[in-house]
Design a protein around this ligand. Structure first.
Ligand code: AMP
Length: 309
């Protein structure tokens, strides 16, 4: 299946307890696309950058087999810029700068060749942009996956709810699920979010893994306990990219296969956090991914015999 991704292609400047970067390649669609490219997925990006965006970054994406015809360049504009500083626990961060720049007037253009993509991954963006991409598809994709955040709940709730209503799979973190649903229990939160539209709800819990909810069933995975977490930027996007790409590669949109997709996404994200930005993700090989998926299996497989007398 073909995968179409809309989201930011950006410059990021990151500070962690271990160091800081100047402007490096970032953006939700970038991480999603790179993750999908590890599985050699037929993936197209829809985004916008400014005249300051280096051709070498576009070449890098192309060299990975990512289709970039849908990345518009506004020569007189500047690329979206985000800067963040992580706290010592690496779980929380402060956004220092968000310069929306060319993203402010972004009118997404979907290349004709991608209009029939079976899977549409809507990366974290204003929900009206996400809606407009869905409307530009030739027909409704077989699976619409939505990533969003609390910022849109605070500033564009009605449009976000309209978008959520047209979504099959929503990925959201635990605090955002609580905010969206008004429920503290994540089980109740997922039930409420189901009533808003998505039949699949994925709740991300950072270093505590993720939950997948569907028709009363729950599947839970841990995050791999890593020795070194260096920079969590893009982990959520990488997870979503690996998840969507596995579904696209297998052409299987069942709940059972989504369980596997969750593992693939998490294995992929476990690499992203090891170096700054996209650096580690760019180097992930098929062999790497096999190793981490095997580590997940070992971590989560067990048998219990109960003895009562
Ligand atoms: P994550 O760590 O998964 O939340 O994603 C971080 C990526 O999201 C960075 O590469 C940023 O460039 C991008 N980003 C941050 N804020 C926004 C925003 N408001 N809209 C679109 N992309 C954003």
């Amino acid at each position: 299946m073909k995968l179409l991704v809309v989201g930011s292609v950006a410059f990021d400047a990151i500070e962690t307890p271990f160091g800081k970067t100047d402007k490096i390649l970032g953006g939700a669609a970038t991480f999603i696309g790179l993750a999908a490219s590890v599985l050699k997925t037929d993936v197209s990006l829809v985004s916008v950058v400014g005249g300051d965006f280096p051709q070498s970054y576009l070449d890098l994406l192309e060299s990975r087999g990512i289709k970039t015809q849908g990345i518009e360049m506004v020569r007189e504009g500047k690329t979206f810029f985000w800067s963040g500083r992580y706290h010592n626990d690496l779980n929380t961060r402060d956004t220092l700068v968000t310069e929306v720049n060319v993203m402010a007037d972004f009118d997404p253009k979907v290349p004709d060749a991608a209009k029939d993509a079976e899977i549409l991954m809507l990366g974290n963006l204003h929900p009206s942009i996400q809606l407009s991409v869905l409307e530009k598809m030739q027909k409704r994709p077989q699976l619409v996956i939505l990533d969003t955040m609390n910022f849109w709940m605070d500033t564009a709730l009605d449009t976000l709810l309209e978008m959520i209503n047209k979504t099959d799979v929503i990925t959201i973190n635990d605090e955002e699920a609580r905010q969206l649903s008004g429920e503290y229990s994540l089980v109740k939160a997922a039930q409420k979010i189901h009533t808003m539209g998505p039949t699949y709800v994925i709740i991300k819990k950072g270093e505590h893994g993720a939950l997948l909810f569907h028709e009363g069933k729950i599947f839970a995975i841990p995050a791999l306990p890593l020795e070194d977490v260096f920079d969590p930027t893009g982990a959520g996007d990488t997870f979503a990219g690996g998840f969507a790409a596995h579904l696209a590669k297998t052409s299987d949109l069942s709940f059972e296969n989504m369980k596997s997709a969750l593992i693939v996404g998490s294995a992929m994200a476990s690499y992203t956090v090891e170096e700054f930005g996209t650096e580690r993700l760019q180097k992930v090989t098929a062999e790497d991914l096999r190793t981490r998926v095997a580590a997940f299996k070992q971590l989560t497989t067990f048998e219990v015999d109960l003895y009562f007398d």
